[in-house]
Design a protein around this ligand. Structure first.
Ligand code: SF4
Length: 468
């Protein structure tokens, strides 16, 4: 699956407490989390007296390329955010961390996820006099914190969080405190690391590796963490409930070298590929992946089926923002700019392409044509996730139900549309068997239509029946 043409991945968050190079560490973590959002990025640091911030549209390495930018972000506390808009338009004011002035000082917030009751909460807050500066749902949380009558940050956050529903992995910062909170269903990952006595909180553990920090543990679903001069404090602010980890983190979002939901993504994704090979074998000479997100599942498929894994498509990783909306009249440009076939590998071969997911089907259709044009004798597509039939309301910007190809077409119709010799999807049962407590601890709403949080709001994208 490839985000420019199909779906928007959700965001990445980082928080650092107690390091003289807090902003630089935050920058490096954001760099490691670039895959979680490429529209914009920001860092806010605290000198203890005031906030310093820098936010802009574009890639992390471009935004913070000038050493002076990072130098100005002084302080031992910093938080950061990589944005791929899921709620709110893509405008500079929506780039996080959001910074607001409250009665007892400034606060900054970075949010990964999507609130399902933000519309009604926003209306309620506006009626009560709140003036919103952004169209982002994360600002609702800041206004709720601002309205709290509690006299410490922990209780203010608690009061705010208990009023919102949906998916949120948050990091927040005041002048002297770092805080983090994960929704009680734990949709999005969030973990804690340690380096030289400093605490790091980040969406994925691959960010800890880059700064040579030690992974300590995941922030638990429903847990509020605060870090101040007295150390790290933890409080469970919700009674235990059934979690709903986003299975798409394992299928596509997270990096294979990250540990999410208690397991390395590489291991889980490899299992998906192996089980897919058992479920949907194919007569082929070679297995290829659609790099990079399908690499690990393709390796698993190859290992189990004893069919050689080959690099049949080369991906160009160096696509700047200029190419995101190309004006070229060349057809299929968005795929051509990203991928090129390896003719010597594909020619006269029966090729099995492993793809992690199919949303609209347009990208994989173009790739199939590319592989055929390179001389493949047969093309078989195997998908390491089940057909996507419903949109996501928890932070993943799938298109409307009508645009999801599997919602409108049978597998055979999709096969014909893609022009492949065979097509096989992973079963939901196989997917859930491949992760620990799959049946009970994971969200699979985009495959099953069973939403773990009933949605009461009138979403403009789609109407559906909540899971009761
Ligand atoms: Fe993840 Fe799909 Fe659930 Fe959204 S609906 S949280 S993408 S599993």
């Amino acid at each position: 699956m490839h985000i420019s043409s199909s779906v928007h991945a959700n965001c990445g968050v980082v928080g650092v407490y107690g390091h003289p190079d807090a902003a630089r560490l935050t920058y490096l973590c954001l760099y490691a989390l670039q895959h979680r959002g490429q529209e914009g990025s920001g860092i806010v640091s605290s000198t203890g007296k005031e906030f310093r911030s820098h936010r802009a549209q574009g890639l992390v390495s471009d935004i913070f390329s000038d050493v002076n930018t990072l130098r100005k972000l002084e302080g031992v506390i910093a938080i950061g955010h990589n944005r791929y808009s899921t709620t709110g338009e893509n405008i500079i004011v929506n780039i996080q961390p959001l910074v607001m002035s409250l009665h007892d000082g400034p606060i900054a917030i970075s949010h990964n996820g999507n609130l399902v009751n933000s519309k009604s909460m926003r209306t309620k807050l506006m009626r009560q006099g709140s003036i919103f500066q952004t169209s982002s749902d994360s600002e609702v949380i800041v206004h709720l914190i601002a309205k709290s009558q509690e006299n410490n940050l922990k209780d203010q956050i608690k009061e705010a969080i208990l009023q919102v529903r949906g998916a949120y992995s948050l990091v927040l910062m005041t002048r002297n405190t770092l805080a983090a909170v994960r929704d009680p269903k734990g949709f999005r990952p969030l973990c804690i690391g340690e380096k030289d006595g400093a605490y790091i909180i980040t969406s994925e553990s691959c960010a800890l590796d880059l700064i040579e920090a030690k992974y300590m543990r995941d922030v638990q679903p429903g847990e509020l963490i605060t870090v101040d001069e007295k150390g790290l404090h933890s409080e469970m602010i919700f009674p235990p409930e059934k979690t709903a980890y986003c299975i798409f983190e394992d299928i596509y979002f997270s990096r294979p070298d990250s540990r999410v939901f208690g397991e390395y993504v590489d291991k889980t994704r490899r299992k998906f590929g192996k089980r897919l090979a058992e479920e949907k074998p194919a007569d082929g000479d070679i297995v290829i992946s659609v790099p990079d997100s399908s690499n690990t599942a393709a390796l698993g498929y190859s290992q189990k089926s004893n069919i050689k894994f080959e690099i049949g498509l080369i991906r160009n990783h160096y696509i700047g923002r200029t190419f995101i909306h190309p004006i070229q009249s060349q057809r299929d440009f968005n795929v051509l700019i990203k991928f090129n076939p390896v003719g010597g590998v594909l020619k006269d071969r029966r090729v099995i392409i492993v793809e992690d997911s199919i949303v609209r089907g347009t990208t994989i259709k173009k790739l199939v044509k590319m592989v055929r044009d390179a001389g493949a004798k047969e093309v078989h597509v195997r998908v390491s996730s089940p057909p996507i039939v419903s949109p996501c309301y928890y932070g993943m910007d799938f298109p409307t139900k009508e645009e999801l190809i599997a919602n409108n077409k049978s597998v055979e119709e999709i096969r014909q549309f893609l022009n492949v010799d065979s097509l096989g999807y992973f079963s939901l049962e196989g997917l859930l068997d491949s992760v620990e407590n799959g049946e009970t601890h994971f969200c699979t709403a985009c495959f099953s239509g069973k939403y773990p949080i009933p949605l009461k709001e009138d979403f403009s994208k789609d109407q559906y029946e909540p899971d009761k």
